[in-house]
Write a protein that binds this ligand. Structure first.
Ligand code: 1GP
Length: 231
């Protein structure tokens, strides 16, 4: 079964806990990006997720929720991405919350709209690394092992290289993609302008752009062009 993210190259990740004006949101949604991901590591609630989703829904591009807490799963997205952190030993972030969700809602889940992400968390200073207790200092060889675990052993459809807040080691990203055959490789972290986007696009399949949307919208919009120009 083909999934909508297989054709994506650039996505913006918007945080329900942060504010954008209507004009800013319009610029993001009309930028030529392939999709909007809604999610964040802290402060995500049902209410702020509904609010952001309904604003994005005025535009045509696909909108996916990246689920980080069971309390904030909102119906109405095109796709639900479920992170499973591969470089942590805290089992709740690998299968624990997942099992809890499935015990409660397993019968109700529209599986054709769900995809799991094998997360490799690589910035030790990020909220996601602290929250999940990820062993974020791993080298390219260990990251490649995580990618193979996702792609070959678990057959997850997405490998997500998460440098949230810092620009990553693109050699590591290349190595992860080299060893990944079936899964789509997402890269996120520190993409903040045309150049960083273009270079990241050479290393991964899908470039995720987050923080810069809130810090410098013009530069964020340039990342779409950077990815397109690489293609
Ligand atoms: C965060 O991977 C995304 O989950 C994007 O990272 O916020 O650093 O762009 P940035």
């Amino acid at each position: 079964m083909s999934q909508i993210f297989e054709t994506w190259r650039h996505v913006f990740k918007l945080d329900p806990d942060r504010e954008l004006s209507d004009e800013e949101l319009e610029a993001v949604c009309m930028s030529g990006s392939d999709a909007i991901l809604v999610g964040g590591s802290s402060g995500v609630t049902y209410d702020n997720t509904v609010e952001l989703m309904s604003q994005i829904r005025r535009y045509e591009l696909p909108c996916a929720q990246e689920v980080s807490t069971l309390d904030a799963v909102v119906p109405g997205f095109d796709l639900y991405l479920i992170p499973m952190v591969l470089n942590t030993d805290r089992t709740e972030w690998i299968t624990g919350y997942h099992r809890e969700g499935l015990e409660n809602f397993g019968e109700l889940i529209p599986w054709e709209m769900v995809a799991a992400e094998g997360y490799i968390v690589l910035n030790p200073d990020s909220t996601v690394a602290r929250l999940t207790g990820a062993d974020a200092g791993i080298d390219a060889r260990a990251a490649a092992a995580c990618a193979r675990m996702a792609d070959k052993l678990m057959r997850l459809p997405i490998v997500y290289i998460e440098y949230s807040g810092m620009y990553g080691d693109l050699d590591l990203v290349h190595e992860v993609r080299r060893v990944t055959d079936e899964a789509v490789v997402f890269y996120g972290g520190g993409v903040r302008d045309y150049e960083t986007a273009r270079n990241a696009a050479a290393a991964a399949d899908v470039i995720v752009v987050g923080n810069i949307v809130y810090d410098n919208l013009t530069a964020a919009l340039d990342t779409v062009r950077g990815v397109r120009d690489f293609i």
